[in-house]
Design a protein around this ligand. Structure first.
Ligand SMILES: N[C@@H](CCC(=O)N[C@@H](CS)C(=O)NCC(=O)O)C(=O)O
Length: 218
């Protein structure tokens, strides 16, 4: 399976951790966004939306992008251990619904607000941080903090799901941005535990450090 990615990209790291959890090997295809590799005709044929991560089943030409859709696909298609699949992506409708809610919260609120606050500071004109965007980002962290009240993992209960892997990739990016996660006690406690036990958490940490370099570049 070909995997178009960059180590620093949070959604790519979420997929890498999921692949490790499921036990599938990804054939890594480094895709240099800065050099415009994602805008080349060959890549646009695979993914007209020109985003990474993108997964390609080379055998039959099945293409998939959107990291959380890829996470679900990997578990459903490749997790042969029934108990592990049930833990990562529970089949009971309400438990699964909560996993989906957390995944959609990550893409639409948590990482979105991270990007709205930090991206203008590190890409393009490198503008100063906008206080209203900072407040909105911190509100998203407070939402996550509330989800984790009395719970070990983000979708509740004692089992790590793919929602933890998605949010772990996002939260590692907050950390390398220099954000003090200790301001949100439950998030901080969850992050310390989850990064110690998540499959391929070290890849996530290394990749996040690469992303962190954007914060030091002038
Ligand atoms: N929600 C998408 C976000 C994908 C995304 O925006 N990836 C960035 C890199 S982190 C990208 O490919 N940017 C290039 C572009 O949009 O042209 C996901 O989770 O896969």
């Amino acid at each position: 399976m070909d995997f178009y990615y960059l180590p620093g990209s949070a959604p790519c790291r979420a997929v890498q951790m999921t692949a490790a959890a499921v036990g599938v090997e990804l054939n890594l295809k480094l895709t240099n966004l800065m050099a415009g590799e994602h805008m080349k005709p060959e890549f646009l044929k695979i993914n007209p939306q020109h985003t990474i991560p993108t997964l390609v089943e080379v055998a039959d030409g099945f293409f998939l992008w959107e990291s959380r859709a890829i996470q679900i696909y990997l578990v459903e298609r490749y997790c042969t251990d029934d108990a592990a699949r049930e833990r990562l992506y529970p089949s009971e409708p309400r438990r699964r619904a909560i996993v989906h809610q957390r995944l959609f919260f990550d893409v639409a609120v948590l990482y979105q607000r991270f990007a709205e606050y930090y991206y203008p500071q590190i890409f393009g004109q490198k503008l100063p941080g906008d206080p209203a965007r900072l407040r909105s980002m911190e509100q998203a962290l407070e939402f996550l903090n509330a989800f984790l009240e009395g719970e070990r993992f983000v979708a509740g209960g004692d089992t790590l799901t793919i929602a933890d892997l998605s949010i772990l990739a996002s939260i590692a990016t907050f950390e390398v941005a220099g954000y003090d996660l200790a301001r949100h006690a439950n998030v901080h406690r969850w992050y310390q535990e989850t990064k110690a036990i998540a499959p391929a958490a070290e890849k996530n940490a290394e990749g996040a450090k690469v992303f962190g370099l954007y914060f030091t570049k002038k």
